[in-house]
Design a protein around this ligand. Structure first.
Ligand code: LLP
Length: 416
């Protein structure tokens, strides 16, 4: 059929079902991107990063928003996030170095990490504005090595949430944070080393389904803060979800912000204390900005599935294989009347290397470009060189202009 060749992110549908076709990202047509850079290709729309970053600052007025670098550490994207006024949250020396490289100042970088070595703790103590210690062992090391006179503790208050068990970071099943029964020990150790506990942090999990768990977590953290008279900084962590399925609603961030601010005001009124407050979203500012463009290379029918083979795999986007995560997939090359149930499979030599099982979509043909959506967060940052396949190039689209922002991450992988 005839396709409408309008340049725009989404071209209003010309199909009988009123569906839409995505031919372009940020005004640049997929075919043009493939001609210049080939596939697989990560494509980021700068305007979406800016928009979502601003929404965070607006929803939580007066609070510090530290972007969780683990979601996507590309320095060009970090720079946009920094220019919008966010800080950075790092979990490894490498992430800390890349945040510095992107221009974040020490005071705007926070750090939390599990199972750190002494060398790592020493390294980050000097470079991050605030380090949230994850365990009694880290606290002991901090005191013994005299890494500072104040400490911040990551607490695990038993509240966990997230899209998959792997990403729930609160509760007894989680390795993170200092649990309530260890709080007296933490206070005792801090006192023994002459350390003032001036900060508290928690992160309950990732892609929390609605705001209620986040608000419950914030309330619990502020309740705990009452028992720490020296605390002047409270960090509620990240976890805000984004719509992955078409038709799914955006999170009501403003409502969550209002609720958290109400809790903060109550805390300050009732205790007569004041503090600074922070959050650490990773997925929210970046997920929807990113697409993984792949080309269809094969088609194979078995009794069970129609496999559509593409030139990428879980080495580039592991979320579907690792969590069973859903990513919408759009055919950027054609709009077809005929829909079919297809399984989009990658080129990695494992049967679990599938982007979507039995998904109804317009029939893809060999050579078509498929856009895997919402790939900006935990896409390239979790990518590997498994099967010795190269990492995709990365492209930024800003004001209709295309820039190659492929990130050479290897210089940042320090061993201490
Ligand atoms: N702060 C801490 C301490 C974290 O561990 C995380 C994420 C965040 C902030 C940011 O969470 P976010 O706002 O992005 O939900 N690979 C998984 C997500 C793992 C998140 C781990 N920690 C995925 O692809 O869904």
């Amino acid at each position: 059929m005839d396709i409408t060749t309008v340049f725009g992110t989404v071209v209003p549908g010309s199909s009988p079902g009123g569906s839409t076709m995505m031919r372009a990202i940020g005004g640049v047509v997929g075919e043009e991107l493939r001609k210049r850079f080939g596939t697989p290709l990560y494509v980021y729309d700068a305007s979406v990063v800016s928009k979502r970053s601003r929404e965070l600052l607006e929803a939580f007025p007066g609070m510090l928003v530290h972007y969780a670098v683990k979601a996507n550490a590309n320095p060009a994207l970090l720079k946009i996030i920094k220019e919008e006024g966010l800080g950075a949250e790092a979990v490894s020396p490498g992430e800390l170095l890349v945040a510095e490289h992107a221009g974040f100042k020490k005071k705007d970088i926070s750090f939390t990490g599990p199972s750190l070595t002494e060398a790592e703790l020493r390294f980050v103590a000097n470079r991050a504005g605030r380090v949230h210690l994850d365990s009694l062992t880290q606290l002991e090391t901090w005191g013994r090595l005299k890494l500072g006179s104040t400490v911040s503790l990551r607490l695990n208050l038993g509240i966990g949430a997230g899209h998959h068990a792997h990403v729930k970071t609160g509760g007894d099943g989680s390795k993170f944070g200092i649990v309530p029964r260890d709080i007296p020990h933490a206070k005792e150790r801090a006192a023994r080393h002459g350390l003032a506990i001036t900060g508290l942090q928690q992160h309950i999990g990732s892609h929390v389904p609605d705001g209620s768990d986040y608000i419950e977590g914030a309330a619990a953290l502020l309740k705990a803060a009452r028992e720490f008279p020296d605390v002047v900084h409270v960090d509620f962590g990240g976890g805000f979800g984004v719509p992955y399925r078409s038709g799914e609603k955006q999170l009501n961030l403003k409502r969550i912000g209002r609720e958290v601010l109400r809790l903060v005001r109550n805390f300050e009124r009732q205790t007569g204390r004041s503090a600074s407050y922070a959050l650490e979203p990773g997925r929210f500012p970046i997920a929807e900005a990113g697409y993984l463009l792949v080309s269809v290379t094969d088609r194979k029918e078995t009794a069970a599935h129609t496999f559509i083979g593409v030139d990428s795999g879980f080495n580039h986007l592991i979320r579907p294989a690792l969590y069973g995560a859903h990513h919408e997939i759009e055919n950027m090359s054609r709009m077809s009347y005929r829909r079919e149930s297809v399984t989009i499979a990658g080129n990695i030599c494992e049967s679990g290397d599938v982007f979507a099982w039995n998904r109804g979509m317009p029939v893809p043909k060999i050579g078509d470009i498929l856009a895997i959506k919402n790939a900006g967060a935990y896409g390239i940052s979790m990518a590997s060189t498994y099967n010795l396949r190269a990492l995709p190039q990365e492209i930024l689209i800003k004001n209709g202009k295309v820039k190659d922002i492929t990130f050479d991450r290897f210089p940042f992988l320090v061993r201490l």
